[in-house]
Design a protein around this ligand. Structure first.
Ligand SMILES: *[C@@H]1O[C@H](CO)[C@@H](O)[C@H](O)[C@H]1NC(C)=O
Ligand SMILES: *[C@@H]1O[C@H](CO)[C@@H](O)[C@H](O)[C@H]1NC(C)=O
Ligand SMILES: *[C@@H]1O[C@H](CO)[C@@H](O)[C@H](O)[C@H]1NC(C)=O
Ligand SMILES: *[C@@H]1O[C@H](CO)[C@@H](O)[C@H](O)[C@H]1NC(C)=O
Length: 466
């Protein structure tokens, strides 16, 4: 069956090449697309005298490989291709077809977008060439009848490589078990966070003492600076800030704000090596302990940069470093309180869709397995295999591939919100122009809570297709 189909497919292509003379008089009928709940879709064009063969190619939501189907016979008055792949809301379906009509080859391409399982034709061209997806991630087409491998359940996950994946496939893994951080997978953010939106009280750098592998763990270690008050601070060419390099790369000498970062830490990401849309991410980690420390274990859309005020984040897990911290309403928001969910920045305010779980112990006391299952219509949050939250709203804002970020920061307007916290517990005020200086000058209030336990230890990161 395989061989025969392939053979006729090849003959057809040969015919295509040998017969293509570009004189187009015949017009291919509009393609009829029918979607079946949970069981794929069907496309067809009506039969008419002179039609000899039809060759379909489909690409769903830019997923690779593309699907192909070669039809040699009209059935009940139409040229039908049945496909097993499921189409869902917001999917974009490219349909290309080659038609042999009176020994001439004609072609056509259509793009449809599915909205509330209704169809919307967005583009309808008569271009001569079938657009095979190309680029550094070569996307191969497959013949659809052979596609139905029973072991591979279709997955909604999209990976940056374009590779088609099956449900449950491990699509990213780092056990951090080598000698050194895999620099092909992870890149450092190098920028300071003072004097810009959110005003975190750190500089992220790539110094080995702030970020290294040891005993199978990634260690991200915030380290207090020895002196902060004097002179300018320049990251120069090493600075990776994209959106606001003038604010995040250097601090000029002699300005009112001329205070060097009180803390050095690290933040790493997979923006350039790995991103995905929908899937299950598992991070086994020991969160940092120490006042005003804050862990970043999150996903961020590839179109946004962490330094903007408008970035969106999928927070896989966070718990504040503080051992004791309460809101004005006396709610415990110390590190005993775990959160996960979404942050969406909108004109200087963070809209938060969070779920949480309160524990007897600080989450930094031990390793925990933090899991986020990101689906088209739902986010599920788990810790140590227990579900503690589900989110249904706001997901449309994450309609693109995201990359992984791991880091440890200090402070931050939203992380430690003055409007929420009890009065005078913080050694600085968010709105204070020289918050970093106050934080440093009041270090007696917090430095004793820092120590070995202030590092974030990450055992592994795993991402599975869903
Ligand atoms: C063709 O149409 C007839 C009558 O509607 C139907 O019974 C038959 O199953 C159809 N054949 C196929 C292959 O769909
Ligand atoms: C990571 O660790 C798991 C569990 O020990 C192991 O099965 C897997 O092969 C490891 N992966 C790599 C890339 O070392
Ligand atoms: C390092 O990362 C790259 C990119 O993710 C990956 O292809 C490679 O296998 C990794 N190397 C090791 C030793 O894990
Ligand atoms: C981590 O949690 C996920 C989700 O609950 C689970 O599937 C996985 O087996 C857990 N891993 C370990 C090592 O406990």
């Amino acid at each position: 069956m395989w061989g025969k189909t392939l053979l006729s497919f090849c003959c057809f292509l040969f015919l295509l090449i040998s017969n293509y003379d570009g004189v187009l008089t015949f017009k291919i009928s509009d393609v009829d697309l029918e979607i079946f709940r949970d069981s794929g879709f069907e496309v067809s064009i009506p039969d008419e005298p002179g039609l000899q063969r039809v060759f379909y190619m489909f690409q769903i939501d830019d997923l690779c490989p593309a699907l192909m189907d070669y039809i040699t016979k009209a059935v009940n008055g139409s040229w039908v291709s049945k496909q097993k792949a499921c189409i869902q809301n917001n999917d974009k379906v490219h349909i290309s077809l080659l038609v042999q009509y009176n020994d001439q080859i004609y072609e056509k391409t259509e793009t449809r977008v599915i909205i509330n399982t209704r169809l919307l034709t967005t583009k309808n061209s008569k271009s001569r060439n079938i657009q095979f997806p190309s680029g550094d991630s070569e996307c191969q087409a497959i013949l659809s009848p052979q596609k139905a491998s029973k072991k591979c359940l279709p997955s909604q996950t999209i990976v940056n490589s374009g590779r088609q994946v099956c449900q449950g496939d491990l699509i990213f893994e780092d056990n951090f078990s080598g000698m050194n951080l895999n620099r092909s997978a992870w890149k450092h953010d190098i920028r300071h966070r003072l004097y810009h939106v959110e005003e975190e009280l750190v500089a992220f750098d790539d110094a080995p003492r702030n970020c290294f592998l040891k005993e199978g763990d990634l260690n991200i270690v915030p380290i207090m600076a020895s002196d902060v008050t004097q002179g300018s601070f320049k990251l120069g060419d090493r600075c990776t800030a994209v959106e606001s390099p003038e604010k995040e790369c250097n601090i000029p000498q002699g300005s009112y704000y001329s205070i060097k970062p009180p803390v050095f830490s690290a933040q790493i990401h997979t923006r350039n090596s790995f991103s995905f849309k929908y899937g299950k991410i598992e991070v086994r980690a020991k969160l940092p302990k120490g006042d005003w420390l804050f862990p970043y274990i999150m996903l961020q859309p590839v179109s946004t940069y962490a330094e903007t005020h408008y970035a969106k984040q999928l927070r896989i897990a966070f718990a504040r470093g503080n051992a004791h911290l309460r809101t004005k309403q006396n709610e415990d928001i110390s590190g005993n309180h775990l959160y996960g969910g979404m942050l969406i920045w909108n004109h200087g305010r963070a809209e938060q869709y969070l779920r949480d779980r309160l524990s007897q112990a600080h989450y930094g006391d031990d390793y925990h397995n933090y899991t986020m299952i990101w689906q088209r219509d739902k986010i599920t949050l788990m810790v140590d295999e227990e579900i503690y939250g589900e989110i249904y709203d706001g997901l449309a804002l994450f309609n693109e591939k995201c990359f992984i970020i791991l880091g440890v920061t200090v402070g931050g307007f939203t992380n430690f919100n003055d409007e929420v916290l009890q009065k005078d517990v913080k050694p600085y005020k968010n709105t204070e122009p020289r918050a970093a200086l106050s934080f440093w000058q009041n270090r007696d209030m917090w430095s004793s809570t820092w120590g070995k336990q202030s590092s974030m230890l990450v055992d592994y990161v795993r991402v599975y297709a869903d």
